[in-house]
Design a protein around this ligand. Structure first.
Ligand SMILES: [Zn+2]
Length: 96
């Protein structure tokens, strides 16, 4: 995955992804410079497969399918996470 230029990035996230049991066995790193094309690197929480891609993502929610096991993970936007954190008063330290 290419290095992220944080000065130019409009959107960056780096968070854990839970599996069916709620265990955080996966991870997604995602960023965009224009809020249109998103670059992401994902470790699938269901099978552990790691993959990366760049694609134009439309409206939410975003579901990104693992090419290995075919399961999809929901990638939340950072804005949603921030709102949730305020509500629950439980910030996620790995959110950039
Ligand atoms: Zn998978």
């Amino acid at each position: 995955m290419q290095d992220i230029d944080y000065d130019k990035a409009e959107y960056v996230t780096n968070r854990e992804l839970p599996n069916d049991d709620g265990e955080k066995t996966g991870r997604v790193k995602m960023f965009s410079y224009d809020n249109e094309t998103y670059h992401y690197q994902i470790k699938c929480p269901y099978c552990g497969h790691q993959f990366e891609n760049s694609e134009k993502l439309g409206s939410r929610p975003w579901w990104i399918e693992c090419p290995e096991c075919g399961r999809s993970s929901n990638v939340k936007r950072i804005k949603d996470a921030a709102k949730k954190d305020i509500k629950n008063r439980a910030p996620e330290p790995d959110d950039l």
